[in-house]
Design a protein around this ligand. Structure first.
Ligand code: HPA
Ligand code: ZN
Length: 339
């Protein structure tokens, strides 16, 4: 590594950062897949860790989701969810992440007979340990799978409500095209009446109209991905004016062919237009990098300045569900890295 890129790596690592778009099931590394498959006597279609990793080639969102849902099948008990989350938090700490907002997909686990006590109990135990060991604060955001029906989402909401003291919000993920946010209007209205605000994936593969729907119908507090907003100038103006956060995931976008090459990514243009853009890792075990690698990949490909990197870190804190006092404290610490 050149001295300059070593410098940049240490600069980004040293900045306090929040990660706001991270599917915990997407942190399942092939090594853990094999360990859990052995533990539960599950047959795997790939003979080795290397063969499994080589299979992580995707042509679009759906081709990834098929592999991702299949992989999650080895997660069976509370210890599995704990191990998954603990491994992620260790990595997050090494990369200078001070606050995490983690997605999980209850509907990936409920039909397999995995209880919610195992899912939320295992994740929660690791989050509490991460807070003590590393000082990482956290929020948890269960997501509804949009390729399933609104009725299924409503049942799921009812099933997870006993755990709502653990949640900062509810989210919406999975196959976007053909599954617009408005399909889940009632579910998100009910969640809001229970004190749970909304976030939603929109404008990853779906049209800018899905971003508008997420804002106007689901009343989201931020947009996950949202990169297709730049096809609609009025929407761009609105997102900038409202400082509506976008949780952008650069390596994911290239792996799933939302952008052909990192050099084509619109993150820098959106940032320069005044949008509250953040950098995140989405499903790092599948997309070839965690948060630090995402920052470095866009920095290199788009030539981001140190001032722009600082802005991305500040945005990550601003866009979080942290209390204002915590936001002010982290922002002051980030500002100390400006020179
Ligand atoms: N988009 C939609 N659903 C997902 C993603 C994503 O990037 N990652 C995990 N589930
Ligand atoms: Zn995502």
């Amino acid at each position: 590594m050149s001295e300059l890129s070593q410098d940049m790596t240490e600069f980004v690592r040293g900045l306090p950062k929040a990660e706001l778009h991270l599917h915990i099931e997407g942190t399942l590394e092939p090594e853990l897949v094999f360990r859990l498959a052995h533990k539960h006597a599950v047959d795997l279609p790939h003979p080795t860790v290397e063969a499994l990793r080589r299979a992580y080639q995707f042509s679009d969102l759906q081709s990834f989701l098929n592999v991702y849902y299949a992989g999650a099948d080895v997660l069976r008990d509370a210890d599995d969810f704990h191990a998954l989350t603990a491994a992620y938090l260790r990595k997050a700490h090494e990369q200078g992440i001070v606050h995490v907002e983690i997605f999980c997909d209850p509907q990936t686990h409920i039909p397999r007979g995995v209880g919610l006590d195992a899912v939320f109990g295992g994740i929660h135990r690791a989050l509490l340990e991460g807070e003590t060991q590393f000082g990482i604060s956290w929020r948890l955001i269960p997501c509804f799978l949009r390729h399933l029906s609104a009725a299924d989402a409503m049942h799921t909401l009812q099933a997870i409500l006993p755990y709502k003291h653990l949640f900062a919000a509810v989210g919406l993920d999975s196959s976007e095209s053909g599954n617009p946010p408005a399909k889940f209007a009632e579910v998100f209205a009910r969640a809001l009446s229970e004190g749970l605000p909304a976030v939603a994936h929109a404008g990853e593969e779906g049209a800018p109209a899905y971003i508008r729907e997420a804002l106007d119908v689901l009343k989201v507090r931020r947009i996950d991905h949202g990169v297709r907003c730049d096809e609609d100038v009025q929407l761009l103006d609105r997102l900038a004016r409202e400082r509506m956060p976008l949780t952008v995931c650069p390596l994911s976008n290239v792996k799933l062919k939302v952008f052909e090459r990192m050099a084509d990514h619109n993150l820098k243009r959106l940032l320069e237009r005044g949008l509250c853009v953040t950098v995140n890792s989405d499903d790092p075990a599948y997309f070839g990098g965690y948060l630090l690698e995402n920052y470095l990949a866009v920095q290199r490909a788009l030539g981001l300045s140190r001032a722009q990197i600082l802005q991305l870190a500040r945005n990550s804190i601003e866009a979080s569900f942290l209390a204002q006092s915590d936001k002010s404290r982290w922002t002051a610490l980030i500002d100390q890295h400006a020179r």
